[in-house]
Design a protein around this ligand. Structure first.
Ligand SMILES: *[C@@H]1O[C@H](CO)[C@@H](O)[C@H](O)[C@H]1NC(C)=O
Ligand SMILES: *[C@@H]1O[C@H](CO)[C@@H](O)[C@H](O)[C@H]1NC(C)=O
Ligand SMILES: *[C@@H]1O[C@H](CO)[C@@H](O)[C@H](O)[C@H]1NC(C)=O
Ligand SMILES: *[C@@H]1O[C@H](CO)[C@@H](O)[C@H](O)[C@H]1NC(C)=O
Ligand SMILES: *[C@@H]1O[C@H](CO)[C@@H](O)[C@H](O)[C@H]1NC(C)=O
Ligand SMILES: *[C@@H]1O[C@H](CO)[C@@H](O)[C@H](O)[C@H]1NC(C)=O
Length: 419
């Protein structure tokens, strides 16, 4: 293993530079590899936690608060609220992932579970699992993307699971393919996750074996993935972290074809090519009368503590407080990539396809304490050098559950009911 303090600096096109820890990078890939083993069929009776509304709370619960055009749900602040949050208990979720169960793996400060997102000019509607399940009756909702999207899917499953008491009325199907399915049988509702970290086809598409030193995308090809989800009623996409390299190798031709043409392309350009393919597919294949489309914006990372004024050999490990500086952004996000997504969505709008961007980037930037750091299942035995420096094996990319992704799902919920 490479020592953590060997950082290499990746020059990026927007004039800044990003420091990656090689180890952390591979740790991120590693999580994805082993997650599949963590999902199992429910066998536990789950009690429904009634969520008390605290004094002075003004959750309207209706959708009117969303209709006022001046209300931006993504602009707001975090409010400590240990009466209403968390929305479910970590140990009560039958489908919790060991990658995200921070309390189970030793995290003692649980404040990260108790934050409510308060938009500046309105309230978020309360998440009502029964109402969402009714909306999803005889329907499919599919999350498509990488391990961040998978974390959000686990959060969604936990949110819904908490209202289904009978274990015989829910199951998880995972046969090792790219698709994992949660089913609420009483509603014939499917909530699924499809592994496609770059959306288009790539050499990282295998749901378990994708730790490859070189990244190759077929930026013109998405059919292989899209076949699995084009008929869904709700699609939730993401794709960001797997692109964070200065260059990506693009393949014209198939992986089997020996005459395929490979070309190193500047990352931002290859991201544009991929989103173009994605857009074209949506325009032609998706039933715009039926399918609701969402794109989750970049999930920020907190790997460089000097960005928020802490010491420069630290990361998110041992953080217990939020960043309070309004509008804080770290170097774990790339505004240029956000712009590419916005452009694709605007372009789709002119072609009559509506994709809603759920802008979780800014609100998640504040949550440097929300990551698992060392409190998750360690897939490999740690050596003494690592153990003596917890920063070296901290996960500052994914998010503890219950936690930040629950709020992403509250935002998604608000938009699902928006019309
Ligand atoms: C996302 O939301 C933040 C907070 O409101 C805002 O500053 C930022 O411009 C938004 N970004 C996009 C692309 O909408
Ligand atoms: C919530 O937090 C406050 C302040 O930390 C504490 O006094 C109170 O007992 C907590 N309430 C619950 C329900 O945990
Ligand atoms: C949740 O939604 C269901 C179905 O729409 C409704 O009957 C119930 O009253 C709602 N619960 C709350 C707490 O609003
Ligand atoms: C059950 O849901 C699926 C979508 O996941 C749908 O295709 C099917 O028609 C539904 N079954 C019934 C009996 O409505
Ligand atoms: C897994 O299940 C899916 C959907 O049911 C099916 O299309 C696929 O062939 C299965 N894969 C394996 C490896 O069994
Ligand atoms: C979508 O709705 C429009 C207007 O209601 C209708 O003309 C069109 O045929 C529908 N398209 C599909 C694919 O159902």
């Amino acid at each position: 293993m490479v020592a953590r303090n060997q950082h290499y600096v990746v020059p990026v096109t927007w004039g800044a530079s990003i420091n990656f820890s090689i180890v952390q990078f591979f740790v991120a890939l590693l999580f994805a590899v082993f997650f599949v083993g963590a999902v199992y069929i429910a066998g536990e009776y789950v009690t429904f936690n009634m969520i008390p509304v605290s004094e002075g709370d003004t959750f309207s619960g209706d959708d009117d608060s969303l209709q006022s055009s001046e209300c931006n749900l993504f602009s707001g602040k975090w409010v400590f609220d240990n009466e209403s949050y968390p929305l479910y208990k970590e140990k009560d979720c039958s489908f919790m992932s060991d990658q995200l169960a921070c309390n189970k793996f030793g995290r003692k400060d649980l404040n990260y579970q108790h934050w409510r997102w308060q938009p500046h000019h309105c309230d978020l509607p309360r998440f009502n699992a029964t109402r969402l399940l009714e909306r999803l009756r005889n329907k499919r909702m599919v999350f498509v993307g990488d391990s961040l999207n998978r974390g959000q899917w686990v959060s969604m499953v936990c949110l819904l699971d908490s209202s289904i008491h009978d274990p015989k009325l829910k199951y998880m199907h995972n046969n090792g393919s790219n698709l994992i399915t949660f089913k609420a049988l009483g509603y014939n509702a499917s909530v699924e996750f499809y592994w496609a970290p770059l959306l288009v086809e790539s050499n990282s598409d295998d749901p378990t074996n994708h730790r490859l030193p070189e990244r190759i995308v077929r930026s013109q090809s998405i059919e292989k993935h899209a076949r699995a989800w084009t008929d869904a009623d709700i699609l939730v996409f993401n794709s960001y972290l797997w692109w964070r390299r200065p260059h990506i190798k693009v393949l014209w031709g198939s992986f089997e074809d020996t005459n395929g043409i490979y070309k190193e392309v500047e990352m931002i350009r290859s991201y544009e090519l991929a989103l173009k393919t994605w857009s074209d597919w949506l325009e032609i294949q998706v039933n715009r009368n039926k399918t609701q489309l969402f794109f989750m914006s970049m999930s920020p990372t907190h790997e460089r503590a000097e960005e928020w004024g802490a010491s420069n050999d630290q990361n998110c490990y041992s953080e217990t407080d939020l960043i309070t500086k309004e509008g804080y952004t770290g170097r774990g996000t790339d505004p240029k990539m956000m712009k590419v997504v916005e452009n694709s969505i605007d372009e789709l709008k002119t072609r009559g396809i509506k994709v809603e961007m759920i802008n979780i980037t800014q609100l998640s930037e504040y949550r440097k304490e929300g990551h698992p750091s060392i409190y998750r299942k360690q897939w490999e035995k740690l050596n003494e050098e690592q153990l003596s420096n917890p920063n070296s094996y901290s996960d500052c990319i994914h998010w503890c559950l219950p936690g930040v992704p629950d709020v992403w799902n509250e935002l998604l919920y608000a938009y699902i009911f928006r019309q």
